[in-house]
Design a protein around this ligand. Sequence first.
Ligand code: FAD
Ligand code: DLZ
Ligand code: SF4
Length: 508
Amino acid sequence: MKIAALRVVLGDQLSRGIASLEGLNPETDIVMLAEVMGECTYVPHHRQKIILVLSAMRHFAHALQARGVRVRYIKLDDPANSGTIPGEVARAVDALSPARVIATAPGEYRVRRAMEDWADEIREDHRFLATTGEFAAWAAGKTQLRMEFFYREMRRKYRILLHGDQPVGGKWNFDSENRKRPPVDIKPPKPLRFPPDAITDEVIALVRATFPDHYGDIEAFGFPVTAQQASAAAADFFAHRLGQFGEWQDAMLPDQPFMFHSLLSAALNLGLLAPLDLCQAAEVAYHEGVAPLNAVEGFIRQILGWREYIRGIYWLHMPEYAARNSLNAHRKIPEFYWTGQTDMACMKDAIGQTMRYAYAHHIQRLMITGNFALLAGLDPAQIDEWYLAVYADAYEWVEMPNTRGMALHADGGIVGSKPYAASGAYINRMSHYCTNCHYDVSEATTPRACPFNALYWDFIARHAERFAQNPRMAMPARSWAKMPAEKQLALQGRAATLLRRLEKGEKI
Ligand code: FAD
Ligand code: DLZ
Ligand code: SF4
């Protein structure tokens, strides 16, 4: 029988309502999903990320088949597999001669370019709450694209936490209540994890055999791989952790990898959860008295605000965004980002849990590993590659503006009006890492001084001229200028020693 449409679903488009499946006719259409080496290796993805994507793809295909949909599913180890998405579409077109190939706009620019060659129809990805066109219209004519103002528009558009036209609680943003130092003995409830089923076990064996040299442990795999599991994970978060999410949002504790965070990003980015559902469920939790406003607003802002804003920035500025390096950072990424072998307790913990769980929470990504890369002037392309590889939730549309923009300030101030640069004092205030560190957070220039301290001042000194023009950075630039020359020299000497050691591949 003649095939009317080949409907292609990519590995992060696993939503029942995905645009490419709209209007599907089970009699005449075929859905295609393909596991391909190209997508598994374009960066050395964490093995849990590959397991997650392939297992979720297989579960999604089974669910479609159970509804009577015909699925062409290509496994990674199929001997005929060409290894790329365009290659697999070409093979399917040869085999089936569909009248049309229908796809949903992908999350990454490189995939979009290729898709324009192989798809007859590319549909808007309606899973996001602002289309790329809406974001571009909001951005047009503005000199600064502040997330806060975009977020308010989104609150109004979806009528989330609104009282008439005004924000519930009288304020749009409760961030100032969400920066508390954690007590050392706080015990966050464990998030719901999902032991591998038979499908996941098969994928684990495949990934173990195919990617022995890829980053990351496999053992602790526990991500939800179906929409049903993802909903259970969300319900568990709303019931047990949302209440304290706000209070401890920026806090870090050794051996507490998840704190009160939701761990929902991986499922959300795959399409197993819908962002608006999460925002509405959080709002219900507030109205039912399950969670306070600072927690609920904080959580909603991450999804309705930051997530959509970040995506908007990506599509507004690609492809030139990927080449931005406004602070001229060219130092090679140290090996310890990949191995976790460092004496810095905060870096060791953040990288160690990343290897174990393919997860670190936002402040660990921003203020530990991101902050170190910023201060040490590490090459944004290599740091982008690292973040894209090591986190289970990483796709370029969300990873790149967070890394190049928010963490590295390499985009020249599009995402953040100032760099999130911080010395050891910030890390000590927001965590308990420093208590058991090889380094002394109260020292800046001695051989055992916390590396973040001298690197912070050296960073300010390197960019003093630029920062003097930035009202939000003028204060540290002035403090540096007023510092006695002797102290400046000692700080720069210590920073130079640290940077030399990094360049030589020595442990710090
Ligand atoms: P929670 O703290 O529970 O937050 C709830 C949800 O809000 C998250 O699930 C996520 O969907 C959304 N969210 C929160 N902050 C952001 C943000 N800044 N941008 C977009 N969405 C956000 N997030 C990714 O999804 N993929 C990435 O590749 C990624 N790379 C990052 C790289 C760097 C350098 C930094 C600083 C942040 C990055 N983030 C990324 C954003 C954020 O750190 C993660 O979304 C969050 O840590 C995921 O954990 P969670 O689900 O427990 O989040
Ligand atoms: C991340 C990923 C991986 C590891 N493997 C596949 C795959 O085998 N097949 C597929 O269709 N998608 C995969 N993905 C997700 C894609 O990389 C993702 O769709 C693009 O990066 C666009 O966001
Ligand atoms: Fe990190 Fe410095 Fe604290 Fe050690 S002393 S944990 S390196 S901030």
